[in-house]
Design a protein around this ligand. Sequence first.
Ligand SMILES: Nc1ncnc2c1ncn2[C@@H]1O[C@H](COP(=O)(O)OP(=O)(O)OP(=O)(O)O)[C@@H](O)[C@H]1O
Length: 319
Amino acid sequence: MGGPPDGSPSAGAALRVRGLVKRYAGGSRALAVDGLDLDVEPGGITALLGPNGAGKTTTVECCLGLRRPDAGRVEVLGREMPGAGEDPQHRAAVGAMLQDGGLPTSARPLRLLRHLARLHAAPRDVDELADRLGLHAAARTPVRRLSGGQRQRLALAAALVGRPRLLFLDEPTAGMDPAARLVVQDLVREVVAGGTGVLLTTHDLDEAERLATSVVIVDGGRALAAGPPQVLVARSAASLRFTAGAGMDLDPLRRALSEDVVVSEPTPGSYVVSGVVDPQVVAGVTSWCAARGVMPDALVVGRPSLEEVFLDLTGRSLR
Ligand SMILES: Nc1ncnc2c1ncn2[C@@H]1O[C@H](COP(=O)(O)OP(=O)(O)OP(=O)(O)O)[C@@H](O)[C@H]1O
C-alpha cells in the first residue's frame, strides 16, 4: 500500500518501507508494527495516521535507525537502514522532530541552532529561521524553561536548519497555539516545495487533509488504507450521519430501509447510514426518528471527511 508494489524500483523515493515488522521484547505478544508498507516521495508529505498505540512512533524510530526491525526493509534516500545511519553525511540529510524533543535541557535556543548549523555544509540562515518561528524572544532561555510550544518550535528549527532532504515530523503542532500552528504549516509547505520529503505523524486529521499528498491509516501496526486524502474520501460511499442517544435498536431501521444501505453506530451516539443514500433513505431515517420522538442532531448527507473515514476504519476517534 502507499506506493509501487514490492520489488519495483524505488526510483528516487525519499523513504521506502516494505513489510516492516517490529516486536518489543517484554512487550505484549502483539506486534507493534506488523508488515507495514510506506512511501515518501521527494517534495511530498505522507501522513501516518492512527490511534494511540497504532505503531507510528515505532515506525519512525525504525526509519531513523533508532530501532532495529525484526523483518522488512527500510530505505532512506535510497540507502538501506539501519546501516546507512552510520554514515554522518547520510544522517545530515535527514531531519527529525520527535515527540520527546531530544534537545539538551541546558542549551540556549540560538546558541544551539548556531552550533547545529555549523555541523552542516549548507545550513539555513539561523536568524531568519529563529525569526520565522518566533524564537528570538526566548533566545537565552534554557531549553528546560521553555514553554511546550516554544520547545516544539525550537525542535522544528533544529530539524530544518541543515536543509534535510527527508524530514520526520512527529506531531509537530501538538500543543501549539493556532498562530504558531499556521507558521509551522507554512514552513513545512515551503520546505516541501523545495523538494524535501516529509513523513508526518499527527492526530490532527484536518492538518493531514490540508497538508498531506498521501495518507496511510494504521491500526495494530497494519495499514488499513493508503492513498491521497482526496482519493480515500472519494472512495468512501456517500453517507447520512446524525447523532442521537447512544445504543438505539437499529434493527427496525434496517428493516425499513433498502438493502443497499448499511446502518451502524461506530461510536456511541453517532449513527451512519452508508451506501446508496437517496431521498427515500433520508425520509426513512427521519420518519423512523420521528416515530420514536428522537431528534437526529447534526444530520448531514454527503461524502465523509478524512476524520470520518478514519473513524469508520478504526472505530475510534483521534480527539
Ligand atoms: N519500548 C517499548 N517497549 C514495549 N512496548 C512498547 C514500547 N514502545 C511502544 N510499545 C508498544 O508498541 C505499540 C506501538 O506503540 P507506538 O508508540 O509505536 O504507537 P503510536 O502509534 O506512536 O502511539 P501514540 O499515538 O500514542 O504516540 C503499543 O502497543 C505500545 O504499547
